[in-house]
Design a protein around this ligand. Structure first.
Ligand code: SF4
Ligand code: SF4
Length: 361
């Protein structure tokens, strides 16, 4: 599975599931949005996770699972078991790593066995990572992964489109892999430790210009096993989770239940179709809180919003609106998606000619 296909699925409700396998990480990047370090042990219960993934059925499963952290490869055997279990039902599995193991100059055997089983492997790279893992070591490890037959991509993060780090890293990766490795380029967000680097949100939207939220399309399993409606770190970390963004818990619910809750929620349908700020402006008497996700968190506290969303989007028309919104975004393609949610200047790198795909995947 190549990066362009994975990103192309991102706007489709229920097409993916994000799993935060552990908050723990051997690195301590200054911009880390998840506040990860070796000091934390938070992670979902392994047995509950395996049971949840076992609930995928060939006729009701996510197309792709993305294993993230923290550092998911601190748990290579669990990642491998989840991968094999998901693949049995036809789901493909991708994993995003901070590449701590590359410091050793080789890919340890259990880590390589897990990576070789994946359908896609992504390496995080940015100036903060490079202070702990040299870029040359990461690129060497990626060569080993490519040789193992797993398609790879690099997720780069910079301070903005003019960051000279991004220009330099992109040029080196393109040169090293002869444009066979696609890249997803993002900008640092003011979340977790990143809030200390960026105290002010880099983007603001007027109520009507604020876009629909495609992030609400894929549920996320948080570090305590709670399943939330999106991948916003503000939502993953907030307790209690705002009721309209809490889909359930892996101790109690299976995938078909979680997927149905996401797809059938009138509020989530409209967050995906028109975005939280327009939804608030349409039905609430008072202005929304500052910020995109903060406005979304407040939606459930407004009875007029819940009533309006239920009237407008609870039935078949709401389901159709949800589907048409996703279809439109998918038709625009993965580069258009990155132009909206990532670093627009580098959006086309997501479709770079991929390395040879794994036969049969
Ligand atoms: S590698 Fe990723 S999870 Fe680990 S500290 Fe750095 S940004 Fe956070
Ligand atoms: S707008 Fe709402 S659903 Fe979308 S990412 Fe923010 S909190 Fe999540």
């Amino acid at each position: 599975m190549e990066l362009a296909e994975l990103i192309g699925l991102r706007p489709a409700p229920g097409a993916g599931l994000l799993v935060a396998l552990t908050r723990r990480c051997p690195l301590s990047c200054a911009h880390c949005s998840t506040n990860s370090s070796l000091a934390t042990t938070a992670r979902p219960d392994s047995r509950q996770l395996l049971r949840f993934v076992d609930s995928f059925q060939p006729t009701d499963r996510p197309d792709v699972v993305l294993l993230t952290g923290g550092e998911p490869l601190l748990l290579p055997r669990l990642a491998l078991r989840l991968t094999r279990s998901a693949q049995r039902s036809g789901t493909r599995v991708a994993l995003l790593s901070g590449m701590f193991f590359a410091r050793q100059g080789r890919v340890p055997r259990p880590v390589l066995a897990t990576i070789a089983a994946l359908d896609h492997f992504s390496a995080s790279l940015d100036a903060h990572h490079e202070r702990e893992v040299p870029r040359a070591a990461v690129l060497r490890a990626l060569r080993t992964v490519l040789d193992a037959g797993t398609p790879v991509s690099v997720h780069l993060t910079g301070s903005g489109p003019d960051d000279p780090y991004l220009a330099d890293a992109v040029a080196e990766i393109r040169r090293t892999f002869a444009d066979r490795v696609p890249m997803l380029v993002n900008e640092v967000r003011p979340l977790g430790r990143g809030a200390r680097l960026l105290p002010q949100p880099p983007h603001t939207h007027s109520d009507l210009a604020a876009p629909p939220c495609a992030m609400a399309a894929w549920p996320t399993i948080a570090f305590d096993g709670t399943v939330v409606a999106c991948c916003s770190q503000r939502t993953i970390d907030r307790r209690p989770v705002p009721p309209h963004l809490r889909l359930g818990h892996i101790a109690d619910d299976d995938w078909p239940t979680i997927r149905a809750r996401s797809l059938d929620s009138p509020l989530l349908r409209l967050v995906r179709a028109i975005g939280p700020r327009r939804l608030h402006a349409r039905y609430a008497p008072s202005p929304p809180a500052e910020g995109y996700c903060r406005a979304c968190h407040g939606l459930g506290e407004q009875p007029t919003v819940t009533e309006g969303a239920t009237r407008e989007a609870a039935g078949r028309v709401g389901a159709l609106l949800d589907r048409l919104t996703a279809d439109e975004q998918r038709a625009a393609g993965p580069a258009a998606f990155v132009r909206r949610f990532g670093c627009a200047r580098y959006a086309d790198l997501v479709t770079l000619a991929p390395a040879e795909a794994k036969a049969g995947r």
